[in-house]
Structures are given as C-alpha cells and as structure tokens.
Write a protein that binds this ligand. Structure first.
Ligand SMILES: Cc1ncc(C[n+]2csc(CCOP(=O)(O)OP(=O)(O)O)c2C)c(N)n1
Length: 559
C-alpha cells in the first residue's frame, strides 16, 4: 500500500531510479504520505529515529559508510529545524543528504495554525539546491515537481556532493492509501563527465613543479582512497615533495608525514628556512592542527594550488594562487606522466625532524602520569587493526592525532563544523552499516549532549564507545584565554559529575570503567573482546593533570 498523494509517489519513484533506498524517518503526521509510500515499497530500507537532530547525524554516518546518498524524512515545524546541525556538517564534509521535510500548504503559514513555521529555505546556507514542491496535482504541477526532484537528486551527487532540501506541502487527508505500484516517472539522467586539465596548463604546472625546490602537499580530511594514495606516492617519488597529513586523511604511506600536530608545533618557532615551502598543493578538507595553519600563515609559500572537484577557493594560508578543479587522484596521476625534475632534499629534512619529534614524544609518554594523553596511548595500542575509529570533537581528536595512527584503521570525525552535538549519532549510523568493529572516542560533555544517539534500535554489537570523563570541557583549560577568567569553572569548563554508566545501562549496553593505567590496560582487553552487546568504556581522568601533561608534551617536542 502507498499514499494516494502523487508527489510522495513521484518522490519515491525517482529516489528508486537514482538508487537511493536508505530512508531515515522521524515520526509525525504531516509527513505521513511519505512514510506510507516509503514503507509500502519493499526496495526501501526504512529506519526510524525520533530525535531529528540525532536522526540527521545518524544518516550522515550511514551515508559515509555506504558512500551513497541517504534520505531523511520529518514532519513540519521545529522537527525540520532540528536537522540543521547535521545538514551544515554534511555541507562542509560534502555528504549528499537528501532532506525531505513535510510542510503545511502555504496558505496556513503564519495563520495561527499548529506546527507551522516558515519552512522554505530554512537550510539556505547549507544546501546545494532547495525546492518547495507545488501543492496541486495537475498535469503541469506533477511535471514541474518531477523536474524539481530530478534536479535536486542529480545535484546532490554531481561534482562535489552536498545536501539538498525538498520541502513538500501536503493537504489533509494524510493517511489515504491505495494498493498500487509506483508511477513510472521520467528520470532526467546526468552524464558522467571527467574534467581534465588542458595539455598546455599541465605542462605549465609541471614546469613550476620542476622549478620548485621545496614542494609541500597538504592532504586534508578525506575518505580512504588507495587510488589517490598511489598517485601521490608516484608524485613524491619523482619530486621529493613532502606530504603532510593527519589520521583523518586516511593515508598510511610511510614516506608521508603523519601525526603532524606535534611536528608543526616543534618547528613553529624555529624559523628554519629549510622547512618553508615554495609551493603548497592542498587537497581534501580541513586540518585539525592549528600549528600547521600558523606556520604557513607566518611562512607564506610563493604559490599555493588547491585541487578539488568542487573548485573551492580555500585560501587557508592566505597565499592561494591557483584553483585546480579536478579530482586529486587524476591530477597527480596526470602530473606523473610529465617530465618532472627534482634534486631536492626537502623530504629527508622533514622525515628526519618527524622521527626526532616522535622519539621525543615516545620518551615523554613512557614516564607520564595517568591522564588523557596516557589513556589515548593505551587505547591506540589496543584498537584492533582493520577497524573504524570515530573521533569526537574537542580534545579527543587532538589527542588521537598525537599518537601514531593504527594500522589499517579508517578514521572519521565531524570536522566540517567541529560540533560536539552529533559525534555519537554519526558513529552509530556509520557502525550500523559497517561490517568492522567501530570505536568512537569522545569527551563526557559530548557524550551527554548526544546521548539520544543510543535511543534507537540500530546499535550493533560492533560498536565500542569510549567516554573520556575528565569532569567537563577540558579543552577550555588547554587553550589560552578561558582558563584565566572568573567565568571559567561555571561557563567554560562546565563541571560534569554525571556518569555514563547510568545511560549505558538504560540503553542496555555493556559498561566498563577505568580510573588508572593498570585498570585501563586490563579493561581494554575485555572491552574489545567479541560481545553480544555494544559497550561503553568510561575512562576517568583528572582535568588538572591532563592540562599539565598536555602542555609539557608540547614543550618536550620542541627540544
Ligand atoms: C554544538 C557545539 N556546541 C558548543 C561547542 C563548543 N565546544 C567545543 S569543545 C566543548 C567542550 C567539550 O567537552 P567534552 O566533550 O567533555 O570534551 P573535552 O573538552 O573534555 O575534551 C564545547 C562546549 C561545539 N564545538 N559544538
């Protein structure tokens, strides 16, 4: 059975034609026609999550795991506004969420009618395309709506993927059903295009590369891509360029420099010209390391090219000179076919410094008190190979990047907007479609903020949640500013005495706790052993010790 409403039928028919079958539904009345239709067609995989904020983040994680668009469906009113944080995150991470909001007919908006808000354009700044379908079902209105739906679905995945918003007004009755098939709606296809650099341009770029003695490639956040990693490795072999990346870039080539935060802070005040690049080539999303940005803003390269399908003008280091609108893997592959020369020793300079910094880090770690930094060392050593790690924002992502990446592990984090509000929901959504073990490591405030992530029936046995309970927002004690101010304790740190245990038990999850190094080492083995339930491990640390240890580390690596 499907709804009698023709626009919900068209929508479902076109989603199917585009291969979009994952639907995340939040309950409501106005969206009933969509719910009935998606539920009535066996090809759709409909999931249900009540909290729209959490549902949208879950969908974001699901889309990342499947590398496919996911549709989210909610009712009118504030339900739709609760999607906004995840839509913004998806926009900045290039994730194709298909946002389907039900609406009242426009003649009821602002007329003291219930559950009505001005819903058109609510995600205006964070979607590639937004449309409101017509209310009527005349032949022309159906043709127009199908055209709008086609366009939105095409744009979500073309070029740089991004969320799109389809707002659909429905008039009562909302629950009339018919026993029928979906109509055959004309699909507007999208031709596959490969954008290639012109031969002239390519030889010009190759000349600049051959002239540059110090080439730095900055690989920002990206999904795993062996193709890109291989193309970059070939480029490095020819040019002796240094590739700086973080765990979130998902590279593992040992000729590249990972764990760069400590490395960059070690050279930040050095003023050594030997590290300063002539040419920076950037790709992918953001970097976590602030020191990297500070270093490059202070030591601006003569040229900075940004490579990406979306043609983004990311002038992060205030030195952007060229935007190269193509896929990074193609770009490096095409360059490797060019005659490139290099006799530079730039790469060994960086690799030597990296091993020195890592050695200082390891010596320091061997002798420190139990703290967040120590806990991350133990956790990193216990994370199973071939698994997935999600890093919560605030200090967890920073701590994790200080340690070496775990072999064959994929790393993800909501770094598009760096919110603490959906880290757990995103990980839960990803894990629900992953055949690997998924670990999410997040702070206590982030865990409690997004605890509705556990309020659904898609929590698999492959999920491991590590809550770093340092009693509040410990990041605020580490950054300059808040710690020295009278509002610190109450309004920045926000002391938290609630324990994750109660919530873990409420949602039927296994619970473990550790308060010192020995306990943590022992507990991690049990925590990671196969289990019939997802598990929470709460690690208790002291906020003041954490700050001391963290600051000492950064002093130590500068030696
Ligand atoms: C949605 C949202 N609100 C507020 C912030 C600002 N913020 C950044 S870190 C942080 C504290 C996080 O505390 P916790 O999760 O316990 O991690 P810790 O700082 O202890 O590592 C806050 C409130 C944010 N990033 N996102």
């Amino acid at each position: 059975m499907i709804s009698t409403k023709k626009h919900s039928q068209q929508l479902a028919a076109l989603l199917l034609k585009k291969g979009i079958t994952d639907i995340l539904i939040s309950p409501g009345s106005r969206n009933a026609p969509m719910i009935h239709t998606f539920h009535g067609i066996a090809e759709f995989n409909c999931r249900n999550i009540v909290d729209e904020r959490s549902a949208a983040y879950f969908a974001l994680g699901l889309s990342l795991a499947k590398q496919k668009p996911v549709a989210i469906v909610c009712t009118s009113g504030t339900a739709s506004l609760n999607y906004t944080p995840a839509v913004a995150e998806a926009f900045y991470q290039n994730i194709p969420l298909i946002v389907l909001t039900a609406d009242r007919p426009d003649y009821w908006i602002d007329q003291a009618e219930s559950q009505c808000i001005r819903q058109e354009g609510i995600y205006h700044n964070f979607v590639k395309k937004e449309v409101s379908l017509p209310l009527g079902e005349s032949e022309n209105e159906l043709w127009f709506a199908a055209r709008q739906i086609n366009e939105c679905l095409n744009l979500a995945t073309s070029g740089s993927p991004a969320p799109v918003h389809i707002n659909i007004p429905f008039e009562e009755p909302l629950h009339d059903l018919i026993d029928d098939e979906l109509p055959d709606i004309k699909e507007i296809g999208l031709a596959e295009i490969q954008s290639l650099i012109s031969p002239n341009e390519l030889s010009g770029l190759a000349e600049t590369i051959s002239r540059s003695k110090k080439i730095m490639v900055l690989a920002g956040q990206a999904n795993p891509s062996p193709e890109l990693e291989n193309a970059l490795a070939k480029f490095v072999a020819k040019t002796r360029a240094v590739v700086l990346h973080e765990h979130l870039s998902n590279f593992s080539n040992s000729n590249f420099c990972g764990s760069i935060d400590a490395l960059m802070s070690a050279i930040l005040e050095d003023n050594a010209a030997e590290y300063c690049p002539d040419l920076v080539i950037s790709l992918g999303g953001q970097f976590v390391s602030k020191s990297l940005k500070q270093f490059l803003r202070k030591n601006k390269p003569a040229e900075h090219w940004h490579v990406g399908l979306g043609g983004e003008h990311f002038d992060t280091y205030q030195s952007l000179t060229k935007v190269i609108q193509t896929e990074a893997a193609n770009f490096f592959e095409s360059l490797s076919g060019q005659a490139l020369q290099s006799n530079s020793n730039y790469l060994p300079v960086w690799k030597n410094k990296e091993s020195r910094v890592n050695q200082l880090r390891d010596e320091f770690l061997a002798n420190i008190e139990f703290s967040d930094l120590k806990a991350f060392e133990l956790i990193s050593k216990n994370i199973p190979e071939n698994s997935v790690v999600h890093l919560g924002n605030s200090s967890p992502v920073r701590y994790a990047l200080i340690h070496n990446r775990v072999n064959l592990v994929e790393y993800y984090s909501n770094r598009g907007t760096a919110g603490i509000d959906g880290c757990l929901s995103t990980a839960v959504g990803f894990a629900s479609e992953s055949d690997k073990l998924n670990t999410i490591i997040l702070g206590d405030l982030s865990f409690f903020y997004d605890s509705n992530a556990l309020w659904n029936k898609y929590i698999g046995t492959n999920l491991r949640i590590i809550v770093i309970h340092n009693g509040g927002g410990n990041i605020f004690s580490m950054i300059k500013g808040p710690g020295e101010n009278p509002a610190f304790q109450e309004h920045f740190f926000t002391g938290n005495t609630h324990k994750a245990e109660v919530l873990a038990k409420a949602f039927g999850l296994e619970y473990f706790a550790a308060t010192n190094e020995n306990e943590l080492a022992q507990t991690l083995t049990e925590f990671y052993s196969p289990s019939q339930k997802a598990a929470v491990l709460e690690v208790f640390t002291d906020a003041e010790v954490n700050v001391k240890v963290f600051q000492e580390l950064f002093k130590e690596v500068k030696k």
